[in-house]
Design a protein around this ligand. Structure first.
Ligand SMILES: Cc1ncc(C[n+]2csc(CCOP(=O)(O)OP(=O)(O)O)c2C)c(N)n1
Ligand SMILES: [Mg+2]
Length: 280
């Protein structure tokens, strides 16, 4: 089932709003991770508003799909999307990373409505997602589990342990999505820890690999549809993205992985994000 043009436009519009709102709150709170939040915008939007069977009014439904944001530092984008889904008031975003806020710097399943798995330490999300997927299968549910990983996060050995296990257990209701932006905290992925041919690596671990444009809603939705067809093996979507997408001076820069946004930078960022809203 391909995404309709109307739905695609709707999701693209949401992404423009999400980018502006996230940059606004990161500037206001002088905190956060702009680069990885901007790069994962379309991936999370396609998941929550197209692929996954998740609604706030049946948040406890055992048969709902699950989404694990393993690259937990992109929490601001996740929170904005959960608010849009109705899990909490978007105004709560102003409390980001303050004491006693439900919206901490990394997602917490105990305190934040809509968060299925706590994350922050990189490398844990895929194992957790696999455990959820196998548990759901034991319960006779056909719910899917989606795990969103960073490409730098793939340096973690636990990711590859989970890959081996997912293939062994034939977890075809598990989809990993890699935010493949080529940049991590200290530099490019090539500089820090070259991972070689990711598609060949995942295939060698027994996974089905699908590549797509991670900023193109139609491409992402097509990849998510394809992953649902997988029979007997888990699937991974390698989604090509740009770290800091949408703000020219942040794009592709590891220096914008996580630092406060200054006054002039904020003005320019908003100008660019507003201009895009006018043109499209
Ligand atoms: C185990 C662990 N080591 C280090 C960190 C600090 N850290 C947070 S984000 C990050 C870089 C992640 O890069 P990547 O996965 O490529 O994320 P993205 O580019 O999508 O922001 C690092 C090293 C962490 N959170 N957990
Ligand atoms: Mg990265």
């Amino acid at each position: 089932m391909a995404i309709s043009i109307e739905k695609r436009r709707e999701l693209e519009g949401l992404c423009r709003t999400f980018r502006r709102d996230v940059i606004r709150v990161l500037h206001e709170r002088q905190t956060g991770h702009p680069g990885g939040s901007l790069s994962v915008c379309e991936i999370l939007t396609a998941l929550y508003f197209y692929a996954a069977n998740i609604e706030a009014n049946r948040a406890e439904d055992p048969n709902r799909d699950r989404i694990v944001l393993s690259k937990g530092h992109a929490a601001p984008m996740l929170y904005r999307i959960l608010a849009e889904k109705g899990f909490f008031d978007p105004a709560e975003m102003h409390s980001l990373r303050t004491i006693d806020s439900r919206l901490q710097g990394h997602p917490c399943s105990h305190s934040t409505p809509g968060v299925d798995m706590t994350s922050g330490p990189l490398g844990i999300g895929l194992s957790a997602a696999l455990g959820m997927a196998l548990g759901l299968r034991c319960d006779g549910s056909d719910a899917r589990v989606y795990a969103v990983l960073g490409d730098g996060e793939l340096n973690e050995g636990t990711i590859w342990e989970a890959c081996m296990s997912a293939a062994k257990f034939g977890a075809d209701h598990l989809t990993a999505i890699v935010d493949w932006n080529g940049v991590q905290l200290d530099g490019t992925t090539e500089q820090v820890m070259p991972m070689g041919n990711l598609s060949a690596k995942f295939s060698a671990f027994g996974w089905r690999c699908i590549e797509c444009d991670g900023h193109d809603i139609a491409s992402l939705c097509g990849a998510l549809d394809e992953s649902r067809q997988s029979k007997g093996i888990p699937s991974v979507i390698l989604a090509r993205t740009v770290k800091g997408k949408g703000v020219s001076f942040m794009e592709g820069k590891n220096s914008w992985h996580g630092k406060p946004i200054g006054e002039e930078e904020f003005k320019q960022a908003m100008q660019e994000l507003e201009a895009k809203a006018v043109c499209q």
